[in-house]
Design a protein around this ligand. Structure first.
Ligand code: KG4
Ligand code: ZN
Length: 354
């Protein structure tokens, strides 16, 4: 039995792994009929990071209305749903448990299967999703490479049939999105920093500051590192501690834009470098799946597409609404997992794994 044998089945996806409460209805694992995302950014902004206790409380308050919205946006009712999928790993334990409990309760009450899926795998399948009414995305060939770049992850994978992942490497310190958020903080820009840095960088000079392109510790390893780059940005902004000549950067619109652009150039180049190394070591891969919040970045998107054209690799960038944490990707992964198992769900002892 293949993933495509359940072509029309509607799966309700639920995602609560971090600070987005999300629900979506997806047909046949690929066509999103709805994709509702309630972000908690406003609740965490003053702490400049996600506070786990606040996150789980907000998920508990929002999950029921968000699921109802996902059903009504899709124009369907609970009896139309064939299964419930939930991201049950990895993430903040209290947050994950809200989604898992909701998914199990719904599935049990409907007498339908529930399936727990891996959040990282979900980010990689996001590039196969399309909105109802838009043209479907062609399936990509396996084995492929996988790149997840978000606030919590920066990893490279070998992706086999069924989104079976073998990790090739990842960050040895900060995640790429985390570096964006910290650089934004240094420049007194709002949280989350990624979208703002991306926007300001477009008007900046990306060569004004010669920031280091990281080798991820060992130049031959498929790892990333963003903490050196982050420190270099800090010294650029505040001056090098102890250095006689060093003065803090005069902060104005142009210099902030130049820091954003120079940081973004170095961060993107580090990703492309390791991606190239991964492809040289795995030339059998003719496709690249990408996902995670940072794949919404305009420069990274352009560079990834250009990289793919040069190497003859089919690069799958998720549509913008499927880059950040969302439940459509969870429903898609749940669909394929269930289809591969003849639609047998997980036991109701399913739990969350941090
Ligand atoms: O995938 P995601 O929603 O959550 C995690 O699983 O972490 O990613 C959130 C991260 C944040 O760090 C945010 O700053 C970053 O993605 N991000 C961006 C952009 N949009 C979101 N980074 C760079 N450029 C963007 N346009
Ligand atoms: Zn994520």
């Amino acid at each position: 039995m293949t993933a495509r044998d359940f072509g029309e089945a509607l799966v309700l996806g639920i995602e609560t792994s971090c600070d987005e409460t999300a629900a979506a209805v997806v047909r046949g694992g690929r066509e999103a009929l709805s994709n509702v995302i309630a972000s908690q950014h406003d609740l965490h902004a003053e702490y400049r990071g996600v506070v786990p206790e606040i996150a789980s409380r907000a998920h508990a308050e929002r999950i029921t209305p968000i699921v109802k919205r996902a059903l009504s946006d899709a124009g369907v009712g609970l009896p139309d749903i064939a299964a419930v999928a939930v991201g049950n790993r990895p993430g903040l334990i209290g947050s994950l448990l809200v989604g898992v409990s909701a998914a199990k309760a719904l599935a049990w009450s409907m007498g339908k299967p529930v399936v727990g899926v891996d959040h990282v795998q979900c980010h990689l399948i996001a590039g196969l999703l399309h909105r109802a009414g838009s043209s479907p995305t062609a399936e990509a060939a396996f084995p492929a490479l996988g790149l997840v770049v978000s606030g919590g992850h920066t990893s490279l994978y070998l992706v086999r049939e069924g989104f079976d992942l073998q990790r090739l490497g990842g960050t040895i310190d900060d995640a790429m999105g985390e570096a964006y958020d910290k650089v934004a903080a240094m420049l007194s820009l709002p949280f989350p920093g990624g979208p703002v840095v991306d926007r300001l960088a477009r008007g900046g000079d990306d060569r004004r500051f010669a920031l280091p392109v990281s080798r991820g510790g060992d130049k031959d390893a498929l790892n990333f590192s963003f903490s050196g780059l982050k420190t270099a940005v800090l010294y650029t902004v505040r001056g090098v501690p102890g250095a006689r000549e060093a003065k803090p950067l005069e902060m104005n619109e142009a210099s902030v834009a130049d820091v954003c652009a120079s940081f973004q150039r170095a961060a993107c180049e580090a990703v492309i470098r390791k991606l190239s190394l991964a492809h040289e070591r795995n030339p059998q891969c003719r496709a690249l799946f990408t996902g995670g919040g940072v794949t919404a970045n305009s420069r990274l998107r352009e560079e990834l597409l250009a990289w793919g054209r040069k190497r003859g690799v089919d690069v799958r960038l998720p549509a913008m609404e499927f880059c950040l944490d969302n439940a459509a990707m969870v429903a898609a992964m749940g669909h394929d997992t269930l289809a591969a198992r003849g639609w047998a769900g997980d036991a109701l002892t399913l739990t969350a794994r941090a």
